[in-house]
Ligand binder design. Structure first.
Ligand code: A2H
Length: 253
């Protein structure tokens, strides 16, 4: 990590009712899983949302009367960034484990899929972002690896009560063209480096490093209002549009 704070875009992914048992007391309230991303320009390609089954999450109320679900650590940070009524204070309305929230349907802004689902990812870190990760398998090697793991292994899906229809119909969507890597850069990198699973740490790091720079400097949008333009020229504009439409927010840590 560099010096100074990292700027993320938080994507508000709306939970579709009926809510899971642990959240049934919050019926009719607007509930969002909030995912932190560094790549707002890829959000057209979301296919699912990742949660870590054994990690603790909380639901807290924002100053706009919405309920956000993320780690307590992120809620605390948000409470110092104007998300709650009082600096440093956040009102916890539920405590959960990731596994309590798996297999839930979400409406996510920008993606072409009408509904996407919460699925398990075992490599989510507790001390970064919100603990909620939105999945863009076209452009993120981690996301593609985790999606392939779930698609290939029925036992893995069954272990977490994930139905086939929450995973199998969801394929990477071309969003950005990266020279030498094509329209599904993460898929190309996964294959080139012969990545085996989401636990293939070193190769995934290598894939991420190559794509992050190359995507930023040479990537071109294939969809949306900035189609045909370079990522470095539109990243900020897309982030601003997400925030202006209240589909997300800016978050620092
Ligand atoms: B990125 P940095 Cl398309 N644990 O968003 C593991 N990974 C996490 C996380 C956590 N707690 N919180 C966020 N992330 C992911 C999109 C994306 C991302 C694309 C390509 C690359 C990429 C879609 N997933 O990240 O260590 C989120 O995934 C490559 C690093 O704080 C977030 O951006 O720099 C990124 O990692 C934040 O990682």
């Amino acid at each position: 990590e560099g010096v100074g704070p990292q700027e993320y875009t938080i994507m508000k992914m709306k939970l579709v009712e009926p809510y899971p048992a642990k959240l049934s007391a919050l019926k009719k309230k607007p509930l969002f899983l909030v995912a932190a991303t560094l790549r707002p320009e890829t959000m057209y390609g979301q296919t699912n949302c990742w949660l870590r089954p054994d990690m603790k999450y909380i639901a807290f109320e924002t100053k706009d009367g919405e309920i956000f679900i993320c780690t307590a650590r992120a809620a605390r940070n948000m409470s110092y960034q104007g998300f709650t009524n009082k600096d440093g204070q956040y009102n916890v309305v539920a405590e959960l484990l990731g596994e309590d929230l798996l297999g839930c349907a979400l409406k996510a802004p920008m993606t072409l899929y009408e509904k996407i689902y919460t699925l398990p990812m075992l490599t989510i870190k507790e001390d970064k972002g919100t603990g909620v990760v939105t999945s863009v398998p076209s452009d993120s090697p981690d996301d593609y690896a985790a999606l392939v793991d779930l698609k290939k292994k029925q036992a893995f899906r069954e272990k977490y009560g994930i139905k086939d229809e929450m995973v199998l119909p969801y394929d990477p969507v071309p969003v950005i063209e990266v020279p030498e890597f094509g329209k599904l850069a993460a898929v190309t990198a996964y294959e080139k480096l012969k990545i085996q699973s989401q636990n293939d740490k070193d190769k995934l790091l290598e894939a991420k490093e190559i794509l992050y720079l190359k995507g930023f400097y040479e990537g071109v949008m294939l969809v949306g209002e900035h189609k045909g333009k370079k990522i470095q020229d539109v990243k900020k504009l897309i982030q601003k549009s997400i925030v202006d439409k209240n589909e997300g927010a800016t978050y620092y840590e």
